[in-house]
Ligand binder design. Structure first.
Ligand code: PLP
Length: 390
């Protein structure tokens, strides 16, 4: 019998404890493990190298993404750093042009100083990836959907292009989640997660993950996980497992709510345009229909009309919280130009379409009618106070 995804979320790596029968994996806080004689132990030596709670988390992470090897890290960026440590000076990476800002900063201000260069392309056309490829290119790093413009990538075609050039195809699956898309099954070699978002799901734990079916790469990553040491604490691993138990439930509900909210926003007064892959006019709609197991995800970006006062809009929201981050049970909203993408130069931001009126909404698990009511009254207030400077 092939286990269904929601069952995997609850059970993978989480059998009742062999000693006590406890149905929840214990939090193993011990930093070191007794050895019968030097070198003879029960599978664990030192907690940075391996830890039973982390091991359980890594088992479920692998199962979620259909990967044979999974590694957990202290944050999404710690996972990314460890993956990039497999490269050497002189290597080149092709990335997408609206990459998550922190990933861009990691490439641009950390790994560039270690001799790793990048070229950012609009990978919606996989031909752009091929054109940017050089003899030094070893990796292509994409997100789908991107943030905050929710551009959709053709992962199978990009992976094919990357493999034709002998490279490694990395997909950051934080926004889509394995509920909607499993990049390894679409041809990618490595999946990256900021587990801080949907996997944890409750805005209370920072974590990251790498998942792959490539045993040779996994061995290098396992070495680096221990050698560089960016591991999560046992308590954080336990919190992530607790979050993952409800991943399918949460994301399916959030996906359905987001679709309803996007439909409503599409004709709401005060909204100039809606970016949501589940809407038929979205340019990635066909790909999403073919590749995803859900209508359009739980992230919506939309632009307020020029006359709307954005400050009043944000101040008027009562159920939806203005905050960075995403993927949690509570709905979060932000203004990328001033928050997540504030460090990007204005001309670059505007060239991409990240205007001062573009809003990004992460739909939570609240009743969608309450969220629509909240958005509706805040839009009315923003239009009413159009004269006040925003
Ligand atoms: C798409 C994406 N990847 C990676 C990260 C980095 O993860 P973390 O904040 O857990 O280090 C983030 C964080 O916002 C993200 O949105």
């Amino acid at each position: 019998m092939t286990e269904k995804f929601a069952t995997t979320c609850v059970h993978a790596g989480q059998e009742p404890d062999g000693l006590t029968g406890a149905v929840v994996p214990p939090i193993h806080l011990a930093t070191t493990y007794a050895q019968e004689t030097p070198g003879h132990h029960h599978g664990f030596e030192y907690s940075r190298t391996d830890n039973p709670t982390r091991h359980a988390l890594e088992t479920v992470l692998g199962a979620l993404e259909g990967g044979t090897h999974a590694l957990a890290f202290a944050s999404g960026l710690a996972a990314e750093t460890t993956l990039l440590m497999t490269l050497k000076p002189g290597d080149h990476v092709v990335t997408v042009d609206d990459l998550y800002g922190g990933t861009h900063r990691l490439f641009d201000r950390v790994f560039a100083t270690h001799g790793i260069s990048t070229t950012a392309v609009d990978a919606r056309d996989p031909g752009e990836v091929a054109r940017a490829w050089t003899p030094a290119t070893v990796m292509c790093w994409i997100e789908s959907p991107t943030n905050p413009l929710l551009k959709i990538m053709d992962i199978p075609r990009i992976a094919e292009t990357v493999h034709a050039h002998g490279g490694v195809c990395v997909v950051d699956n934080t926004f889509a989640t394995p509920v909607l898309q499993q990049p390894l099954t679409l041809g990618a070699d490595v999946v990256v997660h900021s587990a801080t978002k949907y996997l944890g799901g409750h805005s209370d734990v920072v974590g990251g993950a790498l998942i792959t079916n490539n045993a040779e790469l996994a061995e290098k990553l396992r070495f680096l996980q221990n050698a560089a040491g960016a591991v999560p604490s046992p308590f954080d691993c336990w919190l992530l497992m607790r979050g993952i138990k409800t991943l399918a439930l949460r994301v399916e509900h959030q996906n359905a709510s987001a679709a309803r909210i996007a439909d409503w926003l599409a004709s709401a007064r005060g909204v100039a345009r809606v970016l949501y892959p589940g809407l038929p006019h979205h340019e990635g709609h066909e790909l999403v229909s073919a590749l995803w197991k859900g209508r359009g995800g739980a992230m919506i970006s939309f632009e307020l009309v020029r006359e709307a006062n954005t400050d009043v809009f944000f101040r008027s929201l009562t159920t939806i919280t203005c905050a960075e981050s995403l993927g949690a049970v509570e709905s979060l909203i932000e203004l990328p130009a001033a928050m997540t993408h504030g460090a990007m130069p204005r001309d670059q931001r505007e060239a991409l379409g990240i205007t001062d009126h573009l809003v990004r909404l992460s739909v939570g698990i609240e009743d969608p009618s309450d969220l629509i009511e909240d958005l509706s009254q805040a839009l009315q207030a923003a239009l009413h106070n159009a004269s006040e400077r925003s």
